[in-house]
Design a protein around this ligand. Structure first.
Ligand code: DC
Length: 241
């Protein structure tokens, strides 16, 4: 069991609904939402903007360490559909990290062991300070192995590709469904075959298949479960007092 803070760790493949669901769960529970994928995307954007070879691990680690990366809840003025606001040296890159260009390159950076090590440490520091809903690809077994609640969100590849396609169109990126599906299969392969820490389902994870569920239903399931866990913890604390 984790520290005095409550940790919800969520893993799962691309477009399983992790971001939207985590954001809503965090809002309802008053927890901080942490999108760890955004951190790997920032590393990729920084490397591309600096003209760095995406295999140059040392240079990318230096870039991450030297840049001032901030992640926070969107303010009233920033509510344009984003789930989180990401700043690098005070510049808003929340949408710049979501383009197909970054999506197609990010797994090259995410497979670099020292980049992962630096980002995992940053994520653990964030979780130590407050209640969190943290989502990504290695949260349940690497970043927060003692999380109070571990969830693996998944969905069929067709449903996930349709969702991602719709999101791209909504953001003015005119890609075809076939392109999105192909990209998703490549990214699934990269996540699951990653030599360093591949995406996997831990034994104590609650597996939720979101293919046939509405977002609100998944959010309700998770929020209810956390409330029950918190009330049990609260009453145990009273008994032990
Ligand atoms: O969730 P996303 O699509 O924004 O993730 C971007 C990339 O980062 C994707 O290739 C998976 C990788 N990633 C990772 O390796 N570990 C994490 N904890 C989060 C994301």
């Amino acid at each position: 069991m984790s520290s005095s803070h409550f940790e919800i760790a969520i893993d799962g493949p691309v477009a399983a609904g992790k971001g939207t669901i985590s954001r809503l769960v965090a809002d309802q529970l008053g927890f901080l939402y942490v999108d760890t994928g955004a951190m790997y995307r920032v590393a990729t954007l920084m490397a591309i903007e600096a003209g760095t070879d995406l295999a140059n691990e040392d240079a990318i680690v230096r870039l991450i360490r030297s840049g001032f990366i901030e992640m926070r809840n969107p303010t009233e003025y920033e509510k344009d559909g984003r789930l989180t606001t990401v700043l690098v040296d005070k510049k808003d890159v929340s949408w710049a990290i979501r383009t197909e260009k970054i999506s197609s390159k990010v797994s090259l950076v995410a497979r670099l062991p020292r980049v992962r090590q630096v980002l995992v440490e940053k994520q653990q520091i964030i979780a130590r300070a407050q209640d969190v809903v943290m989502e990504g690809r290695d949260i349940t077994y690497r970043v927060l192995p003692d999380a109070n609640l571990k969830i693996y969100l998944t969905g069929s590849d067709v449903v996930r590709a349709k969702r991602r396609h719709l999101q791209s169109l909504q953001h003015g990126e005119y890609v075809t469904y076939e392109e999105v599906f192909k990209e998703l299969k490549i990214r699934d392969h990269n996540d699951m075959e990653r030599v360093n820490d591949p995406l996997r389902i831990v034994d104590d994870a609650w597996v939720i298949d979101t293919s046939d569920l509405k977002i609100g239903q998944v959010v309700e399931l998770i929020v209810n479960k956390v409330r029950v866990m918190q009330s049990v913890q609260g009453s145990q604390a009273t008994v032990n007092h």
